[in-house]
Structures are given as C-alpha cells and as structure tokens.
Design a protein around this ligand. Structure first.
Ligand code: NAD
Length: 255
C-alpha cells in the first residue's frame, strides 16, 4: 500500500514515522505547504519522497490529512474524486454540512472511504454502537488549564455550556473532538459541550457522558501533550496510527 501525507507537523510526522516501520506500506509521499517541513521529515524516513498532492494522488491508496481545515477544503474532494481513501485529522472542517455532504457523496460514488480517527478522546466506539439504538443525551466535558484557554483564573469556572455547533464558534480549538463525537452519536445540535477552566489541572482532559437504550456510558481521557507540539495531545497521533493499522490489519477490533 502507498500512503500520501498532507501536513508534516506534529501528527503528520508521528504517523509518517510509524508508517515507515509498517511492512504493508511500501511508499510514503509527503506534502506540506511549508516545503522545509516536508524535506526535514523526508530525511528521517526510508520510504518517503516529497511531492505535490497533484503529483502523488494517482500513485497512492490512502491519503492522510494532518494539516488544517483549509487543507480538507482544498484537497478532500480531489482525493476522493481520484478514488482514494482519505483519513481526516482536521475533523472540525466537517461542521460545514455542505462540505461534509459533498465529501460523503463523492466517497459513496467512487466507492472509497473517509476515516475519522477518535483523536484525543476515548469512548467513540461505545457511542457508535449505542447510536444504532436511541440515545437520549451525549455530553462532552472538556477540562483545561486556564492558560490554554488564554485566561487567568484562580477558581474552577465553566466557560461554555451549550451545543457542539455553538462550542465550535466560540472555542474553535475544541473543534475536532466535538466534531468526531457529534458525528458518531446524535449530531452537532444535540451534543452538549461543557468547557471548564480549572487552575488545579495541568493536562487537558475529555470526558464523555451518554445514556440511552444501551444503558449509560462514562469515558474519560487525560492527555499528555505531543512532545513536538504542546498544543496537540499525543493521543491524537496514536489514534491516527491505530487507524492506519486498522486499514492494513486483517483483524478489525472494536465497533
Ligand atoms: P501542526 O501545526 O504541528 O502541523 C500542521 C502542518 O500542516 C504544518 O507543517 C503546516 O505547514 C501544514 N499545513 C497547514 N495547512 C496546510 C495546507 N493547507 N496545505 C498543506 N500543508 C498545510 O499541527 P498538528 O498538531 O500536527 O495537527 C494537524 C491537524 O490535526 C490540525 O488541523 C489539528 O487541528 C488537527 N488535530 C486533530 C485532532 C483530533 O482529535 N482529530 C487532535 C489534534 C489536532
């Protein structure tokens, strides 16, 4: 299998290094609008080559996006129209209903897949299975040190309480987790998001609470930052690598 990577920052680099060690992946093509980032990463890999997206698209089976929402807008449809599978990290881009539907319809027409890694949360598998039946409510509680929300507070404060669609407008940095959860479960308008600034914590945590016909779900993740980008949770990279493994592995685990 050949892999194309768009975005050679923290997550793109982690995934490229893991892919370089995967026997099933024969060739890795790297693209970043900052050519230096792609060249630097390329030098660390055995199977990689730097090329523009337009120049590698025909030669790959899967494209991994870890760049920005803009990159999903720029390249998402191109990748799917070429009949290639697409893994999207910048899931926040899918809050745009029109873009999401276009991507979905093109993937269906071209018989290819769009993979959305769970990122820095756990429990998405449970929500997916639960959504086969009626779910009454899904809540995401994100707790952050006040500094990561650009605030100075000396007591625990709920800075946002509303639905996922509103949360994204006010706190675009929480966008990926909220988008993934909304798409897995009951949608952007019914998924409740609570953002808490807590001066006692020094790690970003995400808690998912849900109940419905299946019973009750409570899942919590406390994230360490990515060593190469303190703004990114390391788990986001690990979940992307797990998706890649899922694509190449014969055994598929989990919902
Ligand atoms: P990063 O800033 O370390 O790296 C991003 C790289 O992409 C940079 O090298 C940049 O030059 C490049 N880039 C940006 N826009 C581009 C474009 N239009 N075309 C080509 N290259 C472009 O970021 P990161 O921490 O690796 O995160 C990558 C993406 O994943 C971000 O959009 C981020 O929001 C998202 N993310 C998702 C999750 C999740 O849970 N799904 C978690 C963390 C980050």
């Amino acid at each position: 299998m050949n892999l194309g990577i768009i975005g050679c920052g923290a997550i793109g680099s982690d995934v490229a290094k893991a892919a370089d060690r995967m026997r099933e992946i024969k060739k890795i093509y790297l693209y970043d609008r900052d050519k230096k980032a792609a060249d630097t990463l390329c030098r660390l890999l055995r199977k990689a080559e730097v090329r523009k997206v337009e120049d590698f698209i025909e030669d790959v089976d899967v494209v991994f996006e870890a760049a920005s929402q803009q990159a999903v807008v720029e390249y998402g449809l191109k990748v799917l129209r070429a009949g290639k599978d697409l893994i999207i990290m910048s899931i926040g881009s899918l809050f745009d209903d029109q873009l999401r539907k276009k991507l979905e319809n093109t993937a269906r027409r071209k018989r290819c897949r769009i993979y959305l890694p769970s990122g820095a949360v756990c429990g998405i598998d449970g929500i997916l299975a639960a959504s086969i039946e009626k779910i009454d409510s899904v809540t995401l509680v994100t707790t952050k040190p006040p500094s990561s929300l650009g605030r100075r507070l000396n007591k625990r404060t709920v800075v946002f309480d509303g639905n996922a669609r509103e949360a994204v407008k006010k706190f675009p940095r929480n966008i990926n987790v909220a988008a993934c959860l909304s798409l897995a479960g009951i949608g952007f308008d019914r998924t409740r998001v609570k953002i808490v600034a807590d001066p006692v914590v020094n790690r970003i945590s995400h808690k998912i609470l849900a109940h419905g016909r299946f019973g009750r779900l409570r899942a919590e993740m406390e994230n360490l930052p990515n060593p190469n980008n303190p703004q990114s949770s390391y788990m986001a990279s690990l979940s992307a690598i797990a998706i890649l493994k899922r694509i190449v592995d014969p055994i598929q685990i989990g919902a």
